[in-house]
Design a protein around this ligand. Structure first.
Ligand SMILES: Cc1cc2nc3c(=O)[nH]c(=O)nc-3n(C[C@H](O)[C@H](O)[C@H](O)COP(=O)(O)OP(=O)(O)OC[C@H]3O[C@@H](n4cnc5c(N)ncnc54)[C@H](O)[C@@H]3O)c2cc1C
Length: 509
């Protein structure tokens, strides 16, 4: 490796979304210092080509590389996302569906009564405990509103996006090349490792050696550099995340697009319904230990209403769920599927991609390209992976479906982490959930709002028959006030379709 402060050469191996996100962030951070950033990808291998939903963090990624929504959204058939609707995950009467909203500033006014109701109901009082009554984004998603209000209503709301992942990769690729990233199309067949355990070069199928100081492994599930070449161990999450396969196909979109992902529990997993401006993306994420690929495809066809239509071509995918033990080893950092993957229920993969690249850049900058920040970086990324895993596992272990062995086994799964066990115990024993998340210092990964929505949304409360009646008139009056407040606030927001149409027509909102 070259000495600190010298000109550096970074080689990103892989041109999926992770590779191009890495190349863009790195050229932004280091391009001005003259660092040489090269992205090598094999068109023969191709990209995974799924991954159509994001969290609000993708907005900060776009901003950090200097992009406005009007620059990239129409080019990627993108729509807005205010949260995720969960259908049929619970069988509790009154709780067959709930919405997990992204936070809005006005939640500061409506979440305290929600948390207080949740706690009261957990302790036996008959008060409204369903999250859907308390959040602005929930109401706005249902009424197909955008997250944009007029200037006279300066309250922000967080939002994510839906997009065509293939188009997003192409868009980011064009941008990175314009900004100076060198693009090499070649299949890498091996890597050479020096005596200190660092990779010194990758060799392509014509025998050419491509040398660099740092290698960013974005080779997808292959994890060619980190896992295959350096032998980094993989920590599988299969004990408590059973899903390992998916089947996907698109269907036409309706005229009006709601700014939400819908996640519907099916017999052996769940299906996503993701609206783009060009189509609906559908996918069924399931466990191959409980159903076959053919049966899963049939179930998704039935669910989406396409039946046996021959023009609907399904794609089948395998998923390797878990993470590497260390994301940065020697002079290699794994980013994207090569570092790990937690199934896509909360659409967190690109969030982890972004945090990994930003953390890596920061650690190198802060230590003048030394390795001083490596352990803290690895610990931080692992904590994030494990926190996302636990939040997702919670969706399965608190389910009350009993229709298939899959759901029963999920509900009976006792291999959850101590952290998740403590969160659920705090909830069921009627204690303060926010305090518990703070005690564990996990409130920054998934905030109290997310955990309350999940556990309340499934109706994890004492049986209705045993609840003690409350002063109903006062309670209903307060609820009506909250509903009316949310309804009135929502009047300030533009319809989702108006915003998308304006973007498509004029290039700006
Ligand atoms: C079913 C499913 C649903 C998903 N849904 C979501 C979602 O809603 N939201 C979300 O954020 N994420 C989602 N993801 C994850 C998301 O798809 C990925 O995180 C994202 O696409 C990044 O993938 P990648 O770039 O790591 O890998 P890939 O797209 O697989 O890219 C790998 C790249 O490496 C290159 N490559 C590999 N080997 C070599 C070699 N030897 N030589 C040269 N090049 C090589 C390939 O050509 C390709 O360019 C989902 C994933 C799955 C499986």
């Amino acid at each position: 490796m070259t000495a600190a402060n010298d000109h550096k050469r970074i080689l990103v191996l892989g041109g999926g979304t992770a590779g191009w996100m890495a190349a863009n962030l790195m050229v932004r951070a280091w391009g001005k210092r003259g660092f040489e950033i090269t992205l090598v990808e094999s068109p023969d291998i191709g990209i995974i080509g799924v991954g159509e939903g994001s969290t609000p963090m993708l907005k900060t990624f776009m901003t950090s590389i200097g992009l406005d929504e009007a620059d990239w959204m129409p080019a990627c058939n993108a729509t807005y996302k205010l949260g995720i609707r969960f259908d049929n995950w619970s069988t509790m009467p009154g709780f067959l569906r709930y919405f997990h909203p992204f936070p809005a500033q006005l939640d500061d006014l409506t979440s305290p009564p929600f948390y207080s109701n949740c706690r009261a109901r957990r302790n036996g009082l008959d008060v409204e405990g369903h999250p859907d009554h308390f959040f602005l984004n929930t109401y706005m998603a249902e009424h197909k509103l955008s997250p944009f209000a007029g200037e006279n209503f300066p309250f922000t709301t967080l939002y994510g996006y839906h997009f065509d992942s293939g188009l997003l990769g192409e868009f980011l690729g064009r941008l990175a090349r314009q900004r100076g990233v060198r693009h090499v199309q070649a299949r890498v067949t091996e890597a050479t490792v020096d005596r200190s355990g660092n990779i010194s070069a990758v060799i392509d199928d014509s025998g050419r050696a491509l040398e660099a100081d740092y290698f960013v492994d974005c080779t997808g599930f292959r994890s060619m550099l980190l896992q295959q070449t350096l032998g980094e161990p993989f920590v599988a999450f299969r004990d408590n995340l059973f899903n390992n396969a998916a089947v996907v196909f698109p269907t036409p979109r309706p005229a009006e697009i709601a700014p939400q992902t819908i996640s519907t529990a099916l017999q052996n997993g769940w299906a996503w319904t993701i609206p783009l401006t060009s189509r609906i993306g559908n996918g069924y994420v399931y466990s191959s230990a409980y159903t076959s690929a053919d049966a899963a495809e049939r179930e998704l066809r039935e669910f989406t209403g396409v039946g046996d239509a021959a023009d609907v071509e399904a794609r089948h995918l395998q998923m390797k769920v878990g993470r590497v033990a260390e994301h940065w080893k020697g002079n290699v950092v794994g980013v994207g599927l090569s570092q790990g993957f937690i199934e896509p229920l909360e659409a967190t993969a690109l969030l982890l991609v972004q945090l990994t690249i930003q953390g890596f850049i920061r650690a190198l900058d802060d230590d003048n390209f030394g390795t001083g920040g490596r352990d803290a970086f690895n610990d931080d990324i692992n904590a994030r992976f494990d926190a996302v895993r636990d939040y997702i596992v919670a969706h399965y272990v608190v389910n009350s479906r009993s229709d298939t062995e899959y759901w029963q086994d999920n509900a009976n799964n006792n291999k959850v982490s101590q952290s998740l066990f403590d969160v659920i115990s705090t909830w069921t024993s009627g204690q303060d959930l926010t305090e518990e998340l703070e005690r564990q210092q996990i409130e920054n990964f998934y905030p109290p709002m997310s955990w309350h929505c999940l556990l309340a949304g499934y109706g994890i409360y004492p049986a209705k028959a045993g609840l003690q009646a409350r002063d109903t008139r006062m309670h209903q009056g307060k609820l009506a006030e909250i509903r009316e407040f949310i309804r009135r606030c929502s009047l300030n927001y533009a319809p989702h379709m108006d915003v998308l149409d304006a973007q498509a027509g004029s290039g700006s909102v």
